[in-house]
Design a protein around this ligand. Structure first.
Ligand code: SAM
Length: 305
Protein backbone atom coordinates (compact mmCIF):
# COMPACT_ATOMS: atom_id res chain seq x y z
CA UNK A 1 0.00 0.00 0.00
CA UNK A 2 1.33 3.42 -0.92
CA UNK A 3 0.23 6.92 0.04
CA UNK A 4 0.73 9.67 -2.50
CA UNK A 5 0.26 13.23 -1.29
CA UNK A 6 -0.01 15.85 -3.93
CA UNK A 7 -0.02 19.60 -3.65
CA UNK A 8 -0.55 21.80 -0.68
CA UNK A 9 -1.91 24.87 -2.48
CA UNK A 10 -3.88 28.02 -1.90
CA UNK A 11 -5.90 27.75 1.32
CA UNK A 12 -3.92 24.56 2.11
CA UNK A 13 -6.19 22.41 -0.03
CA UNK A 14 -4.79 18.88 -0.16
CA UNK A 15 -5.35 15.82 -2.31
CA UNK A 16 -4.15 12.49 -0.95
CA UNK A 17 -3.96 9.30 -2.94
CA UNK A 18 -3.83 5.90 -1.27
CA UNK A 19 -2.81 3.03 -3.52
CA UNK A 20 -4.21 -0.30 -2.40
CA UNK A 21 -7.40 -2.03 -1.38
CA UNK A 22 -10.11 0.23 0.04
CA UNK A 23 -11.02 -2.45 2.55
CA UNK A 24 -7.62 -1.94 4.18
CA UNK A 25 -7.05 1.80 3.66
CA UNK A 26 -10.45 2.91 4.93
CA UNK A 27 -9.65 1.39 8.35
CA UNK A 28 -6.76 3.85 8.65
CA UNK A 29 -8.91 6.98 8.15
CA UNK A 30 -10.19 8.87 11.20
CA UNK A 31 -13.79 8.39 12.20
CA UNK A 32 -16.28 11.21 11.55
CA UNK A 33 -13.74 13.02 9.35
CA UNK A 34 -15.23 13.07 5.83
CA UNK A 35 -17.90 15.51 4.59
CA UNK A 36 -18.82 13.76 1.35
CA UNK A 37 -18.14 10.37 -0.23
CA UNK A 38 -18.72 10.22 -4.00
CA UNK A 39 -17.87 7.01 -5.77
CA UNK A 40 -18.58 4.57 -8.54
CA UNK A 41 -17.37 1.13 -7.39
CA UNK A 42 -16.57 -1.70 -9.79
CA UNK A 43 -19.89 -2.99 -11.07
CA UNK A 44 -20.55 -6.71 -10.66
CA UNK A 45 -18.84 -8.97 -13.17
CA UNK A 46 -17.60 -6.03 -15.23
CA UNK A 47 -14.11 -4.93 -16.30
CA UNK A 48 -12.71 -8.33 -15.25
CA UNK A 49 -9.73 -7.84 -17.53
CA UNK A 50 -8.67 -4.51 -16.02
CA UNK A 51 -9.34 -4.41 -12.26
CA UNK A 52 -11.39 -7.52 -11.64
CA UNK A 53 -15.14 -7.92 -11.25
CA UNK A 54 -17.11 -9.17 -8.28
CA UNK A 55 -19.69 -11.88 -9.09
CA UNK A 56 -23.16 -10.37 -8.84
CA UNK A 57 -24.28 -12.92 -6.25
CA UNK A 58 -21.31 -12.02 -4.00
CA UNK A 59 -21.56 -8.26 -4.48
CA UNK A 60 -23.44 -7.40 -1.29
CA UNK A 61 -21.12 -9.55 0.83
CA UNK A 62 -18.11 -7.82 -0.81
CA UNK A 63 -19.45 -4.29 -0.38
CA UNK A 64 -20.78 -4.39 3.19
CA UNK A 65 -17.39 -4.28 4.98
CA UNK A 66 -16.58 -1.23 2.81
CA UNK A 67 -19.87 0.56 3.56
CA UNK A 68 -19.31 -0.22 7.26
CA UNK A 69 -16.01 1.70 7.11
CA UNK A 70 -17.61 4.50 5.09
CA UNK A 71 -20.24 4.84 7.79
CA UNK A 72 -17.47 5.12 10.38
CA UNK A 73 -15.42 7.77 8.53
CA UNK A 74 -18.35 9.96 7.42
CA UNK A 75 -19.21 12.94 9.62
CA UNK A 76 -22.71 12.89 11.17
CA UNK A 77 -23.58 15.82 8.83
CA UNK A 78 -22.07 14.11 5.79
CA UNK A 79 -23.46 12.34 2.73
CA UNK A 80 -22.53 9.21 0.78
CA UNK A 81 -23.30 9.29 -2.95
CA UNK A 82 -23.09 5.89 -4.67
CA UNK A 83 -23.25 5.60 -8.47
CA UNK A 84 -24.17 2.03 -9.36
CA UNK A 85 -26.31 0.04 -11.81
CA UNK A 86 -27.33 -3.59 -11.69
CA UNK A 87 -26.44 -5.70 -14.70
CA UNK A 88 -28.61 -8.11 -16.65
CA UNK A 89 -28.02 -11.77 -15.75
CA UNK A 90 -29.66 -14.45 -17.90
CA UNK A 91 -32.27 -12.08 -19.26
CA UNK A 92 -33.22 -10.59 -15.86
CA UNK A 93 -32.01 -7.52 -14.00
CA UNK A 94 -29.93 -8.71 -11.05
CA UNK A 95 -31.27 -7.60 -7.68
CA UNK A 96 -27.98 -6.99 -5.92
CA UNK A 97 -28.36 -3.20 -5.77
CA UNK A 98 -31.77 -3.51 -4.09
CA UNK A 99 -30.37 -6.13 -1.69
CA UNK A 100 -27.43 -3.84 -0.97
CA UNK A 101 -29.74 -0.96 -0.07
CA UNK A 102 -31.67 -3.18 2.37
CA UNK A 103 -28.47 -4.48 3.99
CA UNK A 104 -26.94 -1.00 4.27
CA UNK A 105 -30.09 0.18 6.06
CA UNK A 106 -29.55 -2.65 8.56
CA UNK A 107 -25.97 -1.40 8.95
CA UNK A 108 -27.31 1.98 10.10
CA UNK A 109 -27.46 3.98 6.87
CA UNK A 110 -30.49 6.06 5.93
CA UNK A 111 -31.36 5.69 2.24
CA UNK A 112 -32.30 9.33 1.78
CA UNK A 113 -32.75 9.63 -1.96
CA UNK A 114 -32.23 8.09 -5.36
CA UNK A 115 -31.08 10.34 -8.19
CA UNK A 116 -31.21 9.22 -11.77
CA UNK A 117 -28.27 9.95 -14.03
CA UNK A 118 -29.81 10.16 -17.49
CA UNK A 119 -27.05 9.53 -20.02
CA UNK A 120 -28.19 12.00 -22.60
CA UNK A 121 -25.69 11.02 -25.30
CA UNK A 122 -26.74 7.37 -25.36
CA UNK A 123 -26.62 6.07 -28.94
CA UNK A 124 -29.37 3.86 -30.41
CA UNK A 125 -29.20 0.07 -30.44
CA UNK A 126 -31.38 -3.04 -30.82
CA UNK A 127 -31.70 -5.80 -28.24
CA UNK A 128 -34.20 -8.67 -28.44
CA UNK A 129 -35.89 -8.10 -25.08
CA UNK A 130 -35.09 -4.60 -23.86
CA UNK A 131 -34.13 -1.09 -24.95
CA UNK A 132 -30.85 0.67 -24.58
CA UNK A 133 -29.82 1.36 -21.00
CA UNK A 134 -29.66 5.17 -20.78
CA UNK A 135 -29.64 5.75 -17.01
CA UNK A 136 -27.81 4.79 -13.83
CA UNK A 137 -28.71 4.99 -10.19
CA UNK A 138 -27.06 7.56 -7.95
CA UNK A 139 -28.02 6.58 -4.41
CA UNK A 140 -27.80 9.02 -1.52
CA UNK A 141 -27.17 7.65 1.96
CA UNK A 142 -26.84 9.55 5.24
CA UNK A 143 -26.09 8.85 8.87
CA UNK A 144 -28.74 11.23 10.15
CA UNK A 145 -31.88 12.93 8.86
CA UNK A 146 -30.22 16.32 9.28
CA UNK A 147 -27.21 16.67 7.01
CA UNK A 148 -25.43 19.54 5.25
CA UNK A 149 -27.17 20.44 2.00
CA UNK A 150 -26.58 23.67 0.08
CA UNK A 151 -29.57 23.61 -2.29
CA UNK A 152 -29.07 27.14 -3.61
CA UNK A 153 -25.72 26.07 -5.06
CA UNK A 154 -27.42 23.87 -7.68
CA UNK A 155 -30.34 26.07 -8.69
CA UNK A 156 -31.15 26.07 -12.40
CA UNK A 157 -32.63 28.70 -14.74
CA UNK A 158 -36.44 28.74 -14.57
CA UNK A 159 -36.72 27.95 -18.28
CA UNK A 160 -39.35 28.87 -20.87
CA UNK A 161 -42.22 27.06 -19.16
CA UNK A 162 -42.25 29.73 -16.47
CA UNK A 163 -43.16 32.47 -18.96
CA UNK A 164 -46.33 30.66 -20.01
CA UNK A 165 -47.25 28.97 -16.71
CA UNK A 166 -46.78 32.00 -14.45
CA UNK A 167 -48.39 34.55 -16.79
CA UNK A 168 -52.05 33.90 -15.97
CA UNK A 169 -52.29 32.56 -12.41
CA UNK A 170 -55.60 31.06 -11.23
CA UNK A 171 -56.96 31.67 -7.71
CA UNK A 172 -55.66 28.21 -6.68
CA UNK A 173 -52.18 29.13 -7.92
CA UNK A 174 -52.13 32.14 -5.58
CA UNK A 175 -52.73 30.10 -2.43
CA UNK A 176 -51.11 26.95 -1.05
CA UNK A 177 -52.61 24.05 -3.04
CA UNK A 178 -52.60 20.94 -0.83
CA UNK A 179 -51.57 17.67 -2.46
CA UNK A 180 -54.55 15.82 -3.97
CA UNK A 181 -53.17 12.49 -2.71
CA UNK A 182 -53.12 13.74 0.89
CA UNK A 183 -49.33 13.58 1.24
CA UNK A 184 -49.35 16.74 3.33
CA UNK A 185 -47.20 18.53 0.74
CA UNK A 186 -48.54 21.43 -1.28
CA UNK A 187 -47.44 24.03 -3.76
CA UNK A 188 -47.95 27.76 -4.14
CA UNK A 189 -47.16 28.49 -7.77
CA UNK A 190 -47.24 32.28 -7.25
CA UNK A 191 -44.10 31.98 -5.06
CA UNK A 192 -42.11 31.51 -8.26
CA UNK A 193 -43.26 34.69 -10.05
CA UNK A 194 -40.36 37.06 -10.84
CA UNK A 195 -37.73 34.50 -10.00
CA UNK A 196 -35.17 33.47 -12.56
CA UNK A 197 -33.96 30.30 -10.84
CA UNK A 198 -35.65 27.17 -9.48
CA UNK A 199 -34.51 24.08 -7.60
CA UNK A 200 -33.60 21.15 -9.85
CA UNK A 201 -35.27 17.74 -9.94
CA UNK A 202 -33.62 14.49 -8.90
CA UNK A 203 -32.86 13.59 -12.54
CA UNK A 204 -29.42 14.65 -13.79
CA UNK A 205 -29.14 14.91 -17.56
CA UNK A 206 -25.43 14.43 -18.22
CA UNK A 207 -23.48 13.06 -21.15
CA UNK A 208 -21.29 10.04 -20.47
CA UNK A 209 -17.53 10.60 -20.41
CA UNK A 210 -16.16 9.86 -23.88
CA UNK A 211 -12.85 11.74 -23.82
CA UNK A 212 -11.18 10.05 -20.87
CA UNK A 213 -8.91 7.58 -22.64
CA UNK A 214 -7.06 6.71 -19.43
CA UNK A 215 -9.93 4.87 -17.70
CA UNK A 216 -12.60 2.63 -19.18
CA UNK A 217 -15.31 3.54 -16.64
CA UNK A 218 -14.78 7.19 -15.74
CA UNK A 219 -17.85 9.22 -14.85
CA UNK A 220 -18.24 12.77 -16.25
CA UNK A 221 -16.83 15.63 -14.17
CA UNK A 222 -20.33 17.14 -13.89
CA UNK A 223 -21.46 14.21 -11.74
CA UNK A 224 -19.14 14.67 -8.72
CA UNK A 225 -19.23 18.44 -9.33
CA UNK A 226 -23.00 18.61 -8.82
CA UNK A 227 -22.89 16.63 -5.57
CA UNK A 228 -19.81 18.47 -4.28
CA UNK A 229 -21.70 21.76 -4.79
CA UNK A 230 -24.82 20.38 -3.15
CA UNK A 231 -23.26 18.77 -0.09
CA UNK A 232 -19.99 20.58 0.68
CA UNK A 233 -18.34 23.94 1.12
CA UNK A 234 -14.78 25.09 0.48
CA UNK A 235 -12.18 23.35 2.70
CA UNK A 236 -14.45 20.35 3.33
CA UNK A 237 -13.13 16.82 2.76
CA UNK A 238 -14.33 14.63 -0.14
CA UNK A 239 -13.48 10.90 -0.37
CA UNK A 240 -13.59 8.57 -3.39
CA UNK A 241 -12.70 5.02 -2.27
CA UNK A 242 -12.71 3.79 -5.92
CA UNK A 243 -10.87 6.70 -7.46
CA UNK A 244 -10.13 5.35 -10.98
CA UNK A 245 -8.86 8.20 -13.15
CA UNK A 246 -9.40 10.63 -10.26
CA UNK A 247 -12.42 12.52 -11.60
CA UNK A 248 -13.70 13.20 -8.06
CA UNK A 249 -10.28 14.39 -6.86
CA UNK A 250 -9.66 16.66 -9.85
CA UNK A 251 -13.05 18.32 -9.43
CA UNK A 252 -12.75 18.59 -5.63
CA UNK A 253 -9.31 20.16 -5.96
CA UNK A 254 -10.58 22.67 -8.54
CA UNK A 255 -13.49 23.51 -6.22
CA UNK A 256 -11.13 24.05 -3.26
CA UNK A 257 -12.21 20.97 -1.34
CA UNK A 258 -9.67 18.62 0.26
CA UNK A 259 -9.81 15.11 -1.12
CA UNK A 260 -8.73 11.52 -0.58
CA UNK A 261 -8.72 8.95 -3.35
CA UNK A 262 -8.09 5.21 -3.05
CA UNK A 263 -7.46 2.82 -5.93
CA UNK A 264 -6.06 -0.66 -6.09
CA UNK A 265 -4.33 -0.04 -9.44
CA UNK A 266 -0.87 1.62 -9.12
CA UNK A 267 -1.05 2.97 -12.69
CA UNK A 268 -4.26 4.90 -11.94
CA UNK A 269 -2.68 6.37 -8.79
CA UNK A 270 0.43 7.46 -10.70
CA UNK A 271 -1.73 8.98 -13.44
CA UNK A 272 -3.90 10.96 -11.00
CA UNK A 273 -0.79 12.21 -9.23
CA UNK A 274 0.53 13.59 -12.54
CA UNK A 275 -2.83 15.12 -13.52
CA UNK A 276 -3.17 16.86 -10.16
CA UNK A 277 0.35 18.25 -10.46
CA UNK A 278 -0.44 19.49 -13.99
CA UNK A 279 -3.63 21.14 -12.74
CA UNK A 280 -1.55 22.85 -10.05
CA UNK A 281 0.70 24.39 -12.70
CA UNK A 282 -2.34 25.69 -14.58
CA UNK A 283 -3.55 27.74 -11.60
CA UNK A 284 -3.28 31.55 -11.92
CA UNK A 285 -0.51 31.63 -9.29
CA UNK A 286 1.07 28.17 -9.30
CA UNK A 287 3.83 27.20 -6.97
CA UNK A 288 7.02 26.97 -9.02
CA UNK A 289 7.59 23.40 -7.91
CA UNK A 290 4.47 21.78 -6.44
CA UNK A 291 5.33 18.87 -4.13
CA UNK A 292 4.50 15.41 -5.41
CA UNK A 293 5.55 13.00 -2.70
CA UNK A 294 5.15 9.29 -2.29
CA UNK A 295 4.85 8.15 1.29
CA UNK A 296 5.02 4.53 2.29
CA UNK A 297 3.09 3.32 5.34
CA UNK A 298 6.31 3.06 7.33
CA UNK A 299 6.74 6.80 6.87
CA UNK A 300 9.57 6.79 4.28
CA UNK A 301 9.03 9.66 1.84
CA UNK A 302 10.30 9.76 -1.71
CA UNK A 303 9.35 12.44 -4.17
CA UNK A 304 10.08 14.96 -6.84
CA UNK A 305 11.12 17.87 -4.67
C1 SAM B 1 -15.80 2.31 -11.91
S1 SAM B 1 -14.13 2.63 -11.62
C2 SAM B 1 -14.13 4.28 -10.98
C3 SAM B 1 -14.01 5.30 -12.07
C4 SAM B 1 -13.94 6.72 -11.55
N1 SAM B 1 -15.20 7.18 -11.02
C5 SAM B 1 -13.45 7.67 -12.65
O1 SAM B 1 -14.14 8.67 -12.92
O2 SAM B 1 -12.42 7.40 -13.24
C6 SAM B 1 -13.78 1.67 -10.19
C7 SAM B 1 -12.34 1.73 -9.72
O3 SAM B 1 -12.25 0.96 -8.51
C8 SAM B 1 -10.95 0.39 -8.45
N2 SAM B 1 -11.04 -0.76 -7.51
C9 SAM B 1 -11.57 -1.99 -7.71
N3 SAM B 1 -11.51 -2.72 -6.58
C10 SAM B 1 -10.93 -1.92 -5.63
C11 SAM B 1 -10.61 -2.09 -4.25
N4 SAM B 1 -10.88 -3.24 -3.61
N5 SAM B 1 -10.04 -1.06 -3.59
C12 SAM B 1 -9.75 0.11 -4.23
N6 SAM B 1 -10.04 0.31 -5.54
C13 SAM B 1 -10.62 -0.67 -6.23
C14 SAM B 1 -10.62 0.02 -9.87
O4 SAM B 1 -9.23 -0.07 -10.09
C15 SAM B 1 -11.30 1.15 -10.67
O5 SAM B 1 -10.36 2.14 -11.03
Amino acid sequence: MTLVETGERIMDIQAKIYQGDSREWLRKLSENSVDLIVTSPPYADQRKNTYGGIPHDQYVEWFLPISEQLLRVLKPTGTFVLNIKEKVVEGERSTYVMELILEMRKQGWLWTEEFIWHKKNSYPGKWPNRFRDAWERVLQFNKHKKFNMYQDAVMVPMGDWAQARLKNLSEVDKTRDPSKVGSGFGKNISNWVNRDKAYPTNVLHLATECNNKSHSAAFPEELPEWFIKLFTQENDLVLDPFMGSGTTLMVANRMKRNSIGIDVMPEYCDMVKIHLAQAEFNLPNPKTNPPVNVEHPAGIRTGTN
